[in-house]
Ligand binder design. Structure first.
Ligand SMILES: [Mn+2]
Length: 225
């Protein structure tokens, strides 16, 4: 039943087959949740577009190939569509660019989520990658908190990235208004550990952003986040 027939039914004074409130709740489940944020500082210039109801399509360029690889895993396993163009002072080191992508992605997420009505709010995923096993738990409560329990890898990735990933996720959690717990149970290869983290993060966030038709308003006994 379309919006017009709902309206027509109301105009005619008859009882519509579907209430306007329910109709708009149904509409909100199918509409695209898209946002765009651009940010320029003396250290980085970043442009991000995000569609939370996507298909895993991506175009990611940060100037840091390993980071692009991780963000691609996050996008594909979270079924987001993500466009990132980041130009940063990577001649200094990767820190500014990685942290700032986290900040802007957090802002983009917050914007795409809007009032956060009707979403499950919580998401949890446990994801293996060869020798590594990671759990990521998310609460999109607008109460930012960040826990990062990641063991020191004995086999490092090309450039050690575990500390930089921490900066990315901390910035993402704070600006995205989420409680984010990353717990790596075990793993020895840093590349595998990080893959399991980014995949689990995508899967957990997909779950937390998912609409549940039983939820009216926000999923909180307070009635607000
Ligand atoms: Mn890989």
């Amino acid at each position: 039943m379309g919006e017009r027939s709902v309206r027509n039914a109301e105009v005619r004074g008859s009882t519509p087959l579907i209430s306007t409130k329910i109709f708009f709740r149904k509409l909100s489940k199918t509409m695209k949740r898209i946002s765009e944020v651009n940010r320029k500082t003396k250290e980085t210039e970043i442009s991000i577009k995000l569609n939370l109801s996507g298909k895993g399509e991506h175009e990611i360029s940060t100037g840091i190939p390993f980071f692009d690889h991780m963000l691609t895993l996050f996008t594909v396993h979270g079924f987001f569509d993500l466009f990132i163009n980041a130009v940063g002072d990577i001649e200094v080191d990767f820190h500014h660019t990685i942290e700032d992508v986290g900040l802007v992605l957090g802002d983009t997420l917050d914007k795409a989520l809007g009032d956060r009505n009707g979403i499950k709010r919580y998401g949890h995923a446990v994801t293996p990658m060869d020798d590594a096993l990671t759990s990521v738990t998310i609460d999109l409560s607008k109460r930012p908190f960040f826990v990062y329990n990641v063991p020191h890898a004995t086999v490092a990735a090309g450039n050690s990235f575990t500390c930089l990933a921490k900066e990315f996720f901390r910035a993402f959690a704070i600006r995205g208004g989420m409680n984010l717990h990353i717990n790596v149970f075990y793993g020895e290869n840093e590349h595998h550990i990080l893959e399991s983290i980014f995949k689990a993060a995508g899967r957990a966030l997909d779950q937390a952003c998912f609409f549940d038709e039983r939820i009216a308003g926000v999923q909180s006994t307070k009635g607000t986040f």
